[in-house]
Design a binder for this molecule. Structure first.
Ligand SMILES: Cc1cc2nc3c(=O)[nH]c(=O)nc-3n(C[C@H](O)[C@H](O)[C@H](O)COP(=O)(O)OP(=O)(O)OC[C@H]3O[C@@H](n4cnc5c(N)ncnc54)[C@H](O)[C@@H]3O)c2cc1C
Length: 401
């Protein structure tokens, strides 16, 4: 039976100094008011050139980000490879708009794929459609979608004017360029899930790409957010659609990162919240999604993307119950860099295929990602406490304070 309590294994790749820094950081992230004001003030301070880059670079950036440029990630990837931990590269630039930036991002993604192909333990890369598509354009397409368009891969471009239609075609072309490069170089592309009010065209386009590139192997994966009450059903319908259209489904299962924002918007605009009523319901659907995927491994590939100890353990138990090996070629596990090392390294030790999600990018551009990590580590009850407890346990074991 796998245990996630072995801190010696979990933190073997960290020096005493790095562990002490992590302890300091997680202690700070446990202070609610500090995170609240910090996440509000930091983006403003960076934008207005306050001299805080050094502090950020040495603390939260170092903990959660692989580096500012692609070559810097190699050091982290090499270190992880020593423990049989793979890497998912994530060019983490967010919140930029304009055709020039979008073309640049698409070129960066292709470079990431070409680079990943030269590295033995970088098997996937992740993308956000908002990295190369205008948010407002996605919002307009989403508003015109019906509740089946995402799963069926239908996009209603009739609502767009002539200029917007061309703009959309450029988005599609960028994604095709990325997926073709990925197919040629044997690298998996994970399409991140984002806010519900842009998700329909993201799902629809991802389904189209899966149909085009997943005929014999899985190149493209969609992300299913189980904190949405409609997503377990969406997962099942996605598989039925994949069967109908003869492609292999790639599914990355997450709980979801935008809960507070989603609930706030729903309350403000007076529509029913798309989020589950409570954490238990999210957990229940996440674990049901695991059961569904492991039941249908002949028809899909699944990535268990979670820091939840029970869900990770449950996935390994489901494999064992079916007499599948823990290193099943269609099951992969992943956690974010800087979080839940106890899960990642103990899964790797048990033989599972597991990776760290490694974002990289210029400091000012990865701020939205860092703010999400800070919020997640303060608002999710237990998460920070658990990280801190494990770090303290390991420092004690090493005879350090
Ligand atoms: C490799 C990787 C890739 C990821 N990619 C994406 C992505 O593409 N899109 C995305 O949105 N997120 C993504 N995430 C983040 C993920 O969605 C979660 O925010 C994060 O992992 C925390 O959830 P957990 O499964 O680790 O477990 P836990 O810590 O057990 O669960 C916390 C999560 O449960 C849910 N939750 C908490 N309280 C409640 C409540 N009261 N009611 C209902 N639900 C609640 C929320 O989703 C919260 O984030 C990714 C995470 C990983 C590890």
């Amino acid at each position: 039976m796998i245990s996630f309590d072995n801190t010696e294994l979990a933190f073997a790749y960290k020096t005493d100094k790095e562990l002490r820094k992590a302890k300091f950081l997680f202690s700070l992230m446990g202070i609610g008011w500090l995170v609240k004001s910090g996440t509000r003030l930091t983006p403003w301070a960076i934008k207005n050139h306050f001299p805080i880059n050094g502090i950020i670079r040495n603390t939260i950036f170092k903990q959660f980000v692989g580096g500012e440029a692609l070559p810097e990630t190699a050091k982290v990837a090499d270190r992880l490879a020593q423990y049989n931990v793979q890497v998912i590269l994530d060019y983490g630039v967010e919140g930029k708009e304009g055709e020039e930036n979008f073309n640049h991002a698409a070129d960066e993604f292709v470079k990431v794929i070409q680079y990943a192909a030269t590295q033995p333990n970088i098997t996937f890369m992740s993308i956000k459609l908002t990295g190369f598509a205008r948010f407002g354009l996605l919002e307009k397409l989403d508003a015109a979608a019906d509740n089946k368009s995402g799963v069926e891969g239908r996009i209603n471009t009739d609502v767009l004017n002539a200029g917007e239609k061309e703009e959309w075609q450029r988005v599609v072309n960028r994604l095709i360029k990325i997926c073709e490069a990925a197919q040629r170089n044997n690298v998996g592309v994970l399409v991140d899930a984002e806010e519900t009010w842009i998700q329909d065209p993201v799902d629809a386009l991802t389904m189209q790409m899966m149909e085009k590139y997943n005929a014999t192997k899985v190149v493209v994966y969609n992300t299913i957010q189980l904190y949405r009450h409609d997503r377990l059903q969406f997962l099942k319908e996605s598989l039925a659609e994949a069967q109908k259209k003869n492609f292999i489904l790639g599914a990355k299962l997450v709980r979801g990162a935008y809960m507070e924002k989603e609930r706030k918007r729903a309350a403000e605009k007076k529509y029913p919240s798309p989020i589950q009523p409570d954490k238990e319901s999210t957990d229940k659907d996440y674990n049901a999604a695991l059961e569904f995927c492991i039941e249908h491994l002949d028809k899909l590939f699944v990535i268990v993307a979670s820091h939840n100890e029970y869900s990770n353990l449950y996935a390994t138990q489901l494999l064992q119950q079916k007499n599948f090996p823990l290193n099943h070629s269609r099951v992969h596990f992943s956690q974010l860099l800087g979080m839940s090392d106890n899960i990642t390294f103990n899964l790797a030790k048990a033989g599972c295929s597991v990776s760290k999600y490694l974002p990289f990018g210029p400091l000012k551009d990865v701020i939205p990602y860092l703010m999400r990590r800070a919020q997640e580590n303060s608002s999710v009850s237990g998460q920070t406490g658990r990280e801190l407890q494990l770090i303290k346990k390991e420092l004690k074991r090493r005879g350090r304070k």
